[in-house]
Design a protein around this ligand. Structure first.
Ligand code: PMP
Length: 437
C-alpha cells in the first residue's frame, strides 16, 4: 500500500488548516490524517497514491447514487450550459418541488436550503414563529446539524436523567450559550411514557419536537412504533410542530424516507444528502401547508439565501429524484444492502466475534461489543460499544482497501456505514476481504 504522497500533502495541509483538514469531519483517525482523493467513481475512491478503495462512507451519505453518476453529471452540464446562475427560479424548481410532494408523505409545500444544518435551523425557526412558543424537545443521540439551536447531547457523556426522565442539556460544542440550552428539553428516545408526561408538564410551551425517525446518527438504532405514535399523537394534541429530520433517512430506505417506513406523517421534514443523489449540495424543508404558510413572504418567518435553489443543485437533484422514483430502484437497493448485512452477520457468527450488524436500507452499523439485535436503546450502544475493537477493524478494513469512515469519538459510536452504487460483485468482494481480516 502506497501512501507517501498523502503523507506529504498532509504536512503541507497542516500549515494552512487546523488538523490539516478544511472541515473537521474529514480527519480520519484510523490513519491519523484525511484520505486525499484524486477522483471518485461509482462506489470507488481513488487516492493520490493510486490506491482504489471500495467506499462505505459515501460522502457521509450524500453520494447515495454513487460518485460521478453519468445522468446527474449530464443534468448539471445542462445547468452549466444555461449559465449556472443562482437566486432565480426556473421550470426545474417547480418540477423538483412537484416530485418532492409526490414522494414524501408530509410534503405539501417546499422551500430549498443549502445544507441539512440550514434546513433544520429553518424548521425550528418556522415552528417557533408559527406557534409563538420558545421551547423545543429533542432526543439524546439524535443529531440535527451544527447550529446552536439543537446541537446538544449527541457527542457528550451520558448524564443522569432527573426525576421526570429529562436529561440535562449539554452542548456538543463550546461557544453555545446556556441561554439557548434553557430552551431545549432533552429526552431519551423510545420512551413513550417519559415523552407523554413531559408534554403534559410543559403544556402550551413546546414549539417543536425534532427527531430522526431512524436514529442513523448513532449508526442505526431502531425506533419503537409505539414511541413514534405517542410523539405524533401528543404533538398533534398540543399544537406542537413535529419535525422529522430526514437529512439522513430521506430516500435512504424507501422513496418517502423514515415517515413512509414508519407510517407516521410529521408536520415538517428536512431533506438533504440523498436528495442530491451524487453529492450535489442541496437541502429542502418540506411540510404541511398550515406550517409552511408561516414562511415569508406569506408568513413572517424568514428563510432564504443567495445560493438557495442554485440551478446546478436543482437540475442535479431533479435527476436524482427521477432515478430514485424509477421502478425497482428500492428493491434493488434493499436486496444488495441485505446481502451485505447478512454476509457480514454470518462472518461475525462464524468467527465468534462479539458484534452485531443492524441496517435499514442503505445505512448500517457494525456494533462491536453488542450481542443481540434488534437494538432500540442508544444508551446500551454507548455503554457497550467496543471502541478498540472497532478501531482495529477499521484499520484492517482500510488495509484491505475498504473505506469506512469514523470520527474516532468514544462517546459517539457512529462509524459511517452506507451502501450506494455498489454492485453485487462489490458486495461479494467486500465480504471476501472481510473474511481475511
Ligand atoms: N441532520 C441529520 C440527521 C444529519 O445526519 C446531518 C448531517 N450528518 C445534519 C442534519 C446536518 O446536515 P449538513 O451536514 O448537510 O449540514
Amino acid at each position: 500500500m502506497q501512501i507517501h504522497k498523502g503523507d506529504q500533502l498532509f504536512q503541507e495541509a497542516l500549515k494552512y488548516f487546523i488538523s490539516g483538514v478544511g472541515a473537521a469531519g474529514r480527519f480520519f483517525p484510523t490513519i491519523g490524517r484525511p484520505l486525499f482523493l484524486e477522483r471518485a467513481d461509482g462506489a470507488y475512491l481513488f487516492d493520490i497514491d493510486g490506491n482504489q478503495y471500495i467506499d462505505y462512507h459515501s460522502s457521509s451519505g450524500a453520494t447515495f447514487l454513487g460518485y460521478n453518476n453519468p445522468e446527474i453529471k449530464q443534468a448539471m452540464q445542462q445547468a452549466l450550459d444555461m449559465g449556472y446562475f443562482c437566486n432565480y427560479e426556473t421550470e426545474y424548481h417547480v418540477k423538483l418541488a412537484e416530485l418532492l410532494c409526490a414522494s414524501v408523505p408530509c410534503a405539501e409545500k417546499v422551500r430549498f436550503a443549502n445544507s441539512g444544518t440550514e434546513a433544520t435551523l429553518g424548521a425550528i425557526r418556522l415552528a417557533r414563529g408559527v406557534t409563538g412558543r420558545k421551547k423545543i424537545i429533542k432526543f439524546e443521540g439524535h443529531f440535527h446539524g451544527m447550529h446552536e439551536m439543537a446541537w446538544f447531547n449527541c457527542h457528550t457523556t451520558l448524564s443522569e436523567p432527573n426525576e421526570y426522565g429529562e436529561i440535562p442539556c449539554i452542548p456538543d460544542s463550546a461557544g453555545i450559550p446556556e441561554e439557548i440550552a434553557s430552551m431545549v428539553i432533552v429526552l431519551p428516545s423510545n420512551e413513550p411514557d417519559i415523552f407523554r408526561s413531559c408534554m403534559k408538564r410543559h403544556q402550551g410551551e413546546i414549539a417543536a419536537v425534532i427527531m430522526e425517525p431512524v436514529m442513523y446518527n448513532a449508526g442505526c438504532v431502531l425506533p419503537k412504533q409505539e414511541f413514534v405514535q405517542a410523539v405524533r399523537e401528543e404533538t398533534e394534541h398540543a399544537g406542537t410542530v413535529l419535525i422529522f429530520d430526514e437529512v439522513l433517512s430521506g430516500f435512504r430506505m424507501c422513496l418517502g424516507g423514515g415517515q413512509e417506513y414508519l407510517g407516521v406523517t410529521p408536520d415538517l421534514a428536512t431533506l438533504a444528502k440523498a436528495l442530491g443523489g451524487s453529492g450535489v449540495p442541496i437541502a429542502a424543508l418540506v411540510g404541511k401547508e398550515w406550517v409552511m404558510n408561516g414562511l415569508n413572504p406569506v408568513g413572517k418567518v424568514v428563510m432564504s439565501g443567495t445560493y438557495t435553489g442554485h440551478i446546478l443543485e436543482v437540475l442535479g437533484s431533479l435527476k436524482a429524484v427521477e432515478i430514485m422514483r424509477s421502478p425497482g430502484f428500492y428493491d434493488h437497493l434493499n436486496q444488495l444492502a441485505d446481502r451485505l448485512y447478512s454476509g457480514l452477520s454470518d462472518l461475525l457468527q462464524r468467527y465468534r466475534i462479539k458484534a452485531v450488524i443492524q441496517g435499514v436500507g442503505a445505512r448500517f452499523a457494525i456494533y462491536f461489543g453488542l450481542e443481540h439485535t434488534p437494538i432500540y436503546d442508544y444508551r446500551q450502544v454507548v455503554r457497550h460499544f467496543d471502541f478498540d475493537m472497532n478501531q482495529r477493524f477499521l484499520r484492517k478494513a482500510f488495509e484491505k482497501y475498504l473505506y469506512i469512515h469514523d470520527y474516532g469519538n468514544k462517546l459517539s459510536p457512529t462509524h459511517h456505514g452506507f451502501t450506494s452504487a455498489h454492485t453485487l460483485e462489490d458486495i461479494n468482494e467486500t465480504l471476501t476481504r472481510c473474511e481475511d481480516i
